[in-house]
Design a protein around this ligand. Structure first.
Ligand code: BV8
Length: 244
């Protein structure tokens, strides 16, 4: 790590939550091995079988209560609290572990940007309003689908970005990359766009790029520096380098 950064953009993926016990997508036995992407993470899959999709996300939302943030999430919360420069944590994850790891991140939710949405948010396809949500969304025998808290229509869907849908707040992400001097990618396979392209965007902008991942990813060759190891070890070590 050479000169100290003054403006950092961090991208996190499923690998940062792996040590908390949340399945990643592409590891053996991961989420995509248990379900076909087309069936549970596309608008077409939802239209075809809404209860299959709602059940898939209900299972993942319920699993959140049984897991805790790990040392990597806590190290980023420390960075958020102590780093004097600009910081944006863009996460591809729909879990709430970044928020739960640090009061500051939770208070200033704006410092964590969920580009692919959140399990604990519901989107109504009738009124298009979002509501905080941590109950099941699938239909149950007597009551059917739960009503939208805003318009009461039984037309809630998970507030997550499926394949073929536009990720959230892309302008804000590109704006942050343009003014960054360091881009750090943590725990992502670099398989899904546009997130997988951020390292190239950063390089074209002259931004230093660092990858922290268990193994080399599809995009490793694009990074100035790539460190292999567990996020729970690499992230606290890197945060220490930035803050010391
Ligand atoms: C869009 C939310 C356009 C829901 C997700 C051909 C070429 C280029 C692009 C495309 C193409 N064909 C189609 C596309 C577009 C498509 C895409 O990229 N497809 C891929 C498959 C090629 N992308 C989209 O559709 C995106 N939208 O492009 O819109 C558009 C334009 C105009 C108008 C409208 C639309 C939307 C994609 C978002 C999909 N939603 N998730 C949910 O969670 O269910 S994707 C999901 O998988 C994640 O969010 C993440 O983005 C992605 C990858 O997952 P990772 O986080 O990287 O996890 P993974 O398991 O893959 O890897 C984990 C890594 O961690 C591994 O490297 C592992 O080694 C490491 N690891 C494991 N343990 C540890 C660890 N590291 C450290 N420590 C550990 N302990």
């Amino acid at each position: 790590m050479n000169r100290k950064p003054s403006s950092i953009v961090i991208l996190t993926g499923a690998g940062i939550s792996a040590e908390s016990g949340i399945d990643t997508f592409r590891s053996a036995g991961g989420l995509w091995e248990q379900h076909r992407v087309e069936d549970v993470a596309t608008p077409e899959g939802f239209a075809r079988d809404p209860d299959l999709v709602l059940g898939f996300y209900d299972m993942r939302r319920a699993a959140l209560t049984g897991v805790e943030p790990n040392a990597a999430h806590k190290a980023l919360a420390r960075l958020d609290a102590e780093f004097a420069g600009d910081l944006l944590i863009v996460t591809q994850n729909v879990d709430d572990l970044h928020e739960r790891a640090g009061a500051q991140i939770g208070l200033e939710k704006g410092r964590v940007l969920h580009m692919h949405g959140e399990l604990k948010s519901a989107l109504c396809t009738s009124c298009e309003m979002r509501s905080p949500w941590d109950a099941p969304m699938s239909a149950n025998e007597e009551a059917g689908r739960p009503p939208c808290p805003v318009c009461q229509a039984p037309t809630l869907r998970p507030d997550v970005v499926w394949f073929g849908e536009m990720p959230y707040q892309m302008d804000r992400i590109y704006g942050a990359l343009r003014s960054a001097d360091l881009f750090v990618s943590i725990g992502t396979s670099g398989a899904v766009y546009p997130a997988a392209g951020f390292v190239r965007d950063a390089r074209e902008l002259g931004v230093r790029t660092l990858e922290l991942n268990l193994e080399r990813s599809e995009g490793s060759h694009w990074f100035h520096e790539s460190r292999q190891g567990k996020a729970g070890e690499l992230v606290p070590e890197w945060v220490g380098e930035v803050l010391e």
